[in-house]
Structure formats: structure tokens, C-alpha cells
Design a binder for this molecule. Structure first.
Ligand SMILES: Cc1cc2nc3c(=O)[nH]c(=O)nc-3n(C[C@H](O)[C@H](O)[C@H](O)COP(=O)(O)OP(=O)(O)OC[C@H]3O[C@@H](n4cnc5c(N)ncnc54)[C@H](O)[C@@H]3O)c2cc1C
Length: 326
């Protein structure tokens, strides 16, 4: 049973850098945005202690602190930030309908999707332990590689992203050992060749992770096994990178929005527009390439501007604000 139906001009789904940035821009453009935070208020960055590459923080910042500041900035312009999970949408008609926690129905003039993506992990207890401790397990070489300069690291994965991340790490680290489960890469030949031809990358084929080893605080090595011979060995390492893919949080949009084969929302090139008028996408939900806080924030800005222009074109009484640039 639905509560009373609410009508909003701009509904933002998700509270990562994309969602909060969209909220800042939409609020300053008089779009009265309502933002639902979902089960992870602040998004992926709340799981990391050190963000050193977001411009404006010369000393770095913790992920939770940065996200609290983004939230405060959106609230300063009176964005309506709410708890709640969007469980269902219906974009089939003229009115974009969204349901919160199964029951509350909202009708939206515009919707900005900022639901992000989740990195996939192997699921080993030892991996999760050091991930939670911030002790040397990471799913983002570009974010965390810098912390392992001149050290030895292990990376798991066999696709294009894994090869790209291994190559990125090879420029920072003393040695990179790449674990590939099968006897060949899944990556394109050009990416695989680049890794094979990099001197400080060692590739172990038919090799899987048995345990991430550590001293209780930080990673000290990785025990691996050859899935053909069953022989185990321990590799010294201070960093364990998992590059086995991401899952975009887009299941509820299936059937309405164009998604690629992995589930990323397909946006019209150079814009935040989806295949449905009035529905926009920002951040990692549409980005399998860059996956950074700054790019998420940038596309959050684009989505709010695109939504503002959409509203202005639909309703002459809604003027594109000049506040964007003030
Ligand atoms: C451990 C770690 C460290 C990282 N370090 C860095 C770094 O140092 N620098 C950097 O630039 N990037 C870093 N990244 C990447 C960065 O966090 C992401 O690129 C960025 O957070 C993506 O932002 P987003 O707004 O698209 O989505 P996310 O941050 O993924 O947020 C998604 C939001 O959507 C909400 N949501 C999802 N589904 C629903 C729903 N159905 N209803 C309501 N809400 C929903 C979630 O609750 C969440 O609030 C790191 C990532 C991880 C995992």
C-alpha cells in the first residue's frame, strides 16, 4: 500500500560524490532536490581512510570526513537529504515514478541516478579482515597504489582492468605479482602483451589465492596455490589488489534504461542523459573506465545541469538559473 504520493522536481538516488555534487548544483538552481542516501550514506569513500587525490585537500582527507563535508555543503543550500532505499522505479510513462522502501511513492519531474558500483572481492575472511582494517587490501590501484611505492604487491585478475591496474602499479612498486586463475588472460592481446613485457611484473598462471597473510594489522604476504599442481607458496607483499570487476548498482533500472552487458547505464556521449527523457545518470553507475571520486563529482554536476535545462525546456516558467556560475 502506498502512502500519499509526493511530487518532487528533482529526485537524486545515492549519496556518493556524484549524488551530493548533483544535490549542490540542483539546490543552487532552485530545483529543491530530494536525495535518498541508501544503505551506504556517503558511498564507497566511507570505506577508506585516506583520500589523497581529490583536489582541494593538500594534506589528504579521510573518506568519511570528505563525504560529511559534501553532505554539509548540499544541506547549506537546503537539499533535502533523506534516509531510504529506492526499491522500484517505473519510467514507462510521462511521470517518472519511484518507490522508497517498497511503500512510499514519489512522482518526479527529473531523476538523477547516482547509485554507484560495488567492487567485487574474492570473499576470503583474511581478505575482508585486512580490507576493513585498511591494512593493505584494495580494489583500486589508482586510489591506493601510491601507498605501496617501492614495495612488493600482488594483484588478482585477468581482464583488461586488471592488466591496466597491474601496469599502473608496476610504475610505482618494486615488484608486482599477478595471479591469473586460468592459463591465459581474459584481457585483449594488446593489454596482455603490455603486462607480459613489463619487467617488474611476474605473472603466475593457474594460480589462486589461498589466504591473505598479515600480522593482525597489515598485510605481509599472500599464500597462493597452483590449481593444476596444488602446490602452495607464500609471496611477500604489503599490498593485495583485487581487480576482478565491479558490479554497478543498477538492477532496479533493468527494463527501463539501456544498460551494457555488465549492467552499467549507457549515457548519451558527452552528457548525463539516459534513453529516458528526464532521467539522468552520474558517477560509477555509468562509468566502468575512470571510477574516481572526482569524475563522479564531475558527472554529478553535469547531471544537475542537464536536469535543469530539461526542466527549463519543458516549462517556460522554470528559468535556467545563473546561480550555477555565482
Ligand atoms: C576502498 C575504496 C577506496 C577508494 N579510494 C578512492 C580515492 O582515494 N580516490 C578516488 O578518487 N576514488 C576512490 N575510490 C573510488 C570512489 O569511491 C568512487 O569512484 C566514488 O565513490 C563513486 O561515486 P558515486 O557517487 O558514483 O557512487 P558511490 O560512492 O558508490 O555511492 C553510491 C551511493 O548510492 C546509494 N545507493 C545505491 N543504490 C541505491 C538505491 N537503490 N537507493 C538509494 N540509494 C542507493 C548508496 O547507498 C551510496 O550512497 C575508492 C573506492 C573504494 C571502494
Amino acid at each position: 500500500m502506498s502512502d500519499t504520493i509526493e511530487h518532487v522536481k528533482c529526485l537524486i538516488i545515492g549519496s556518493g560524490p556524484a549524488g551530493y555534487t548533483a544535490a549542490i548544483y540542483a539546490a543552487r538552481a532552485n530545483m529543491n532536490p530530494v536525495l535518498y542516501q541508501g544503505t551506504q550514506p556517503g558511498g564507497q569513500l566511507t570505506t577508506t581512510n585516506e583520500v589523497e587525490n581529490f583536489p582541494g585537500y593538500p594534506e589528504g582527507v579521510t573518506g568519511p570526513e570528505m563525504m560529511m563535508q559534501l553532505q554539509a555543503q548540499a544541506q547549506r543550500f537546503e537539499a533535502d537529504i533523506r534516509d531510504g532505499w529506492i526499491t522500484k522505479v517505473d519510467f514507462s510513462g510521462d511521470i517518472h515514478k519511484v518507490w522508497v522502501n517498497e511503500t512510499k511513492e514519489i512522482h518526479c519531474d527529473t531523476v538523477i541516478i547516482s547509485t554507484g558500483a560495488s567492487a567485487k572481492y574474492l570473499g576470503l575472511d583474511s581478505e575482508q579482515k585486512y580490507l576493513k582494517l585498511g591494512g593493505g587490501v584494495s580494489a583500486c590501484a589508482v586510489c591506493d597504489g601510491f601507498f605501496y611505492r617501492n614495495q612488493e604487491v600482488v594483484i588478482v585478475g585477468a581482464g583488461d582492468s586488471a592488466c591496466e591496474e597491474a601496469h599502473y602499479l608496476s610504475k610505482l612498486c618494486k615488484k608486482v605479482t599477478m595471479l591469473v586463475r586460468r592459463d591465459e588472460f581474459r584481457a585483449s592481446k594488446i593489454m596482455a602483451d603490455r603486462v607480459k613485457n613489463t619487467q617488474n611484473i611476474e605473472i603466475l598462471f593457474n594460480t589462486e589465492t589461498d589466504e591473505v597473510l598479515g600480522d593482525g594489522q597489515v598485510v605481509t604476504g599472500v599464500r597462493v596455490f597452483n590449481n593444476q599442481t596444488k602446490v602452495k607458496q607464500e609471496l611477500p607483499a604489503t599490498g593485495f589488489f583485487v581487480a576482478i570487476g565491479h558490479k554497478p548498482n543498477t538492477d532496479i533500472f533493468k527494463g527501463f534504461l539501456n544498460l551494457d552487458e555488465t549492467g552499467y547505464i549507457i549515457n548519451k556521449p558527452g552528457t548525463s542523459k539516459t534513453n529516458i527523457d528526464g532521467v539522468f545518470v552520474s558517477g560509477d553507475a555509468a562509468d566502468h573506465v575512470y571510477r574516481q571520486a572526482i569524475t563522479a563529482a564531475g558527472t554529478g554536476c553535469m547531471a544537475a545541469l542537464d536536469a535543469e535545462r530539461y526542466l527549463a525546456a519543458k516549462d517556460a516558467s522554470f528559468e535556467v538559473s545563473t546561480s550555477t556560475y555565482n
